[in-house]
Design a protein. Structure first.
Length: 298
């Protein structure tokens, strides 16, 4: 689609094709944002459309089962300020943030995939079309690995494996000059990076699941600050270094290697943290949970 827009609208109203592409992408995104506001449901129990009462209850019970909690325990709440303090005071928040930054910085290659392909000898429009197999294969890898991760309930080793795959792909792209092997590596590279994004956020949600308010703030904390990597990530891919992009692939190789080690060792590091929450509000909530359902709190 991007290739068709760029080639078909090139020069219209004096605009280059890439400007038309950005405009159309922005308008469509904002337009669907308004539409989906009225379509997407917020929470099973609060939606008034689409689901019967039995379906709402079933969805709610599944959520509780995933979090290994109960209705009574799920009703315990922190205030917004208490939730923010709880996340900031929890060392696990920063571990997940660092892991996400390492992965998010590495995804900056996505902005330069067409330029990379063009440097391999493809024309500007053909380079756009040649990105299609890369993203389709990446989406396929993401679906397969994410399905298996949900089936096994594992986040740690799936994240580690994705980072190792990206490390290998980065090393190959850094050392091999032939376009075909590098093209294949980009397919696996994109799949590993974007699968890890979902894995890290899911892992954060599960590790910091009690209470709901803390989990929500933790996800926003990791996702918001982690995506600041776009500021420096785009500067890794220096045009003068095309088609090798030595700085970019070398940096990504280092980052994905560190991310693999971090993902593999995080559960070990977490085991040394105090089991008691750090904030007074969390401790009070936990005592209330123990009084309500001792067997779940233990």
């Amino acid at each position: 689609m991007a290739g068709g827009i760029i080639s078909g609208l090139e020069g219209r109203l004096g605009w280059p094709g890439w400007r038309w592409l950005l405009l159309i992408e922005g308008v469509v995104t904002v337009g669907f944002g308004f539409i989906l506001y009225f379509v997407l449901v917020d929470y099973p129990l609060t939606t008034k459309r689409f689901f019967t009462e039995e379906e709402k209850q079933l969805a709610y019970v599944r959520i509780l089962a995933d979090r290994q909690t109960s209705v009574k325990r799920n009703e315990l709440r922190l205030t917004p300020l208490q939730s923010v303090v709880a996340v900031v005071a929890d060392p696990r928040s920063y571990a997940f943030l660092v892991l996400y930054i390492l992965d998010s910085t590495s995804t900056s290659i996505s902005y330069f995939v067409p330029a990379t392909l063009k440097a391999m000898g493809y024309t500007s429009v053909t380079a756009q079309w040649m990105t299609v197999p890369i993203w389709i294969s990446g989406a396929t890898i993401m679906l397969i690995l994410s399905w298996n991760s949900d089936r096994t309930g594992d986040r740690r080793w799936h994240t580690t494996g994705c980072m190792i795959m990206c490390l290998v792909c980065s090393i190959v792209c850094l050392t091999v000059k032939e376009p075909n092997p590098r093209y294949v590596m980009l397919c696996f590279y994109i799949g590993g990076l974007y699968t890890a994004v979902a894995q890290i956020l899911n892992w954060t949600s599960e590790e910091m699941s009690f209470p709901d308010q803390k989990r929500s703030v933790a996800l926003a904390f990791v996702n918001s600050f982690g995506n600041l990597s776009i500021i420096w990530g785009s500067r890794l891919w220096i045009t003068a270094e095309a088609p090798g992009y030595k700085t970019g692939f070398m940096t990504v190789a280092i980052m994905t290697g560190i991310a693999a080690i971090l993902a593999a060792t995080m559960p070990i590091m977490f085991s040394y943290l105090p089991s008691e929450p750090r904030t007074k509000a969390e401790r009070a909530l936990l005592r209330a949970a123990e009084e309500t359902e001792p067997e779940l709190a233990s």
